[in-house]
Ligand binder design. Structure first.
Ligand SMILES: Nc1ncnc2c1ncn2[C@@H]1O[C@H](COP(=O)(O)OS(=O)(=O)O)[C@@H](OP(=O)(O)O)[C@H]1O
Length: 314
């Protein structure tokens, strides 16, 4: 059974090989398993209400997957979606299509919660978006799978990614030194995964060889914070769900600095995401940030063009 622990703590799903070392190099700065930490908002033990129903229904392969991006706001989106009575989701990241594919679809299905007719099964594993094998593998499971990508300004995303690694390995080099192959010439190290993950247009090209764009939804990570109900409205429409999650479900928690749920799934209490979500980022040299913005600009414009959506990062 998958626990909500991260892979460093040996969750069963994380035991397999990592097939695509997408961004080799600077491994020390990547974190041993660049994945989500154990987080209280990813409960796998069913609530009393869902336990009552757990004998009924059956386990299904997911019809919709949040495939990325790392540090985009994927946990927030999944936790918000779980409020919907027609959505059932696995709490921990299964990492099936990148790390455990050899375990087979029956193993994968067994991780899923039971669902009743009309309910959608979902999971989120943000590394799928940058895994070369993932599009073909997901399409082989079902070419009708709906894919959701939460995207965020690639520069803040990179800093967020670095901040996560820094929290696990405080001795890594500075963000500034990892960014450049050669600081004097300003040549950016695109092999550093923190940088590479943000070249969204490149990754998207691989998905579009296997899925039509109408089967993909791009959620703005920024709007998920500034207007969670608005983004959730788009997601519910995309999934063919009744718009049940509305602004009435959210409140802005001033201490946390983020929107939180008035009532989480299977609970009557307010719920914010855990401490690992919404970390304070280190201050990064302005010139380095400027250079990174300049680097990402053409890729961002391409991405806006491909998705038909200006995310406003430039
Ligand atoms: N409501 C709410 N509460 C807390 N945090 C929120 C929320 N909505 C979006 N976010 C942003 O989510 C960022 C983490 O993204 P992910 O969950 O995709 O990270 S991970 O890849 O699964 O580790 C996290 O990044 P950091 O701020 O860098 O910690 C948050 O900015």
């Amino acid at each position: 059974r998958l626990s909500s622990q991260d892979c460093e703590e040996a969750a069963p799903a994380c035991g397999g090989a990592h097939p695509t070392p997408l961004a080799a190099g600077k491994e020390m700065a990547e974190g041993a398993a660049s994945t989500e930490e154990r987080s209280p908002e990813a409960p796998d033990s069913p609530s009393p209400i869902s336990s009552f129903f757990s004998g009924s229904g059956s386990k299904q392969l997911p019809q919709a997957i949040i495939i990325g991006v790392k540090k985009g706001g994927t946990r927030a989106l999944l936790e918000f979606l779980r409020v919907h009575p027609d959505v059932r989701a696995v709490g921990a990241e299964p990492h099936f299509f990148d790390r455990s594919y050899d375990k087979g679809l029956a193993w994968y299905r067994d991780l899923m919660p039971r669902t009743l007719d009309g309910q959608i099964t979902m999971e989120k594993t943000p590394s799928y978006f940058v895994t070369r094998e993932a599009p073909a593998r997901i399409s082989a499971m079902s070419k009708d799978t709906k894919l959701i990508v939460v995207v965020r300004d690639p520069v803040t995303r990179a800093i967020s990614d670095y901040t996560q690694t820094l929290s696990k390995r405080p001795d890594i080099p500075t963000f500034e030194s990892l960014t450049f192959k050669n600081r004097t010439t300003g040549l950016i190290d695109t092999s550093w995964s923190a940088i590479q993950i943000g070249i969204y247009a490149k990754h998207l090209e691989h998905w579009l060889r296997h899925f039509p764009i109408r089967q993909m939804l791009f959620v703005s990570g920024e709007r998920l914070i500034s207007d969670p109900a608005g983004e959730l409205g788009r997601v519910q429409d995309f999934l063919g769900l009744k718009r049940i999650i509305t602004d009435k479900h959210f409140y802005f928690n001033k201490t946390k600095g983020f929107p939180c749920l008035k009532k989480a799934e299977g609970s009557s209490r307010p719920h914010c995401l855990g401490k690992t979500k919404g970390r304070t980022h280190p201050e990064i040299d302005r010139e380095v940030v400027r250079r990174l913005r300049e680097f990402y600009r053409p890729f961002n414009l391409k991405f806006y063009q491909m998705t038909g959506h200006d995310f406003g990062w430039d």
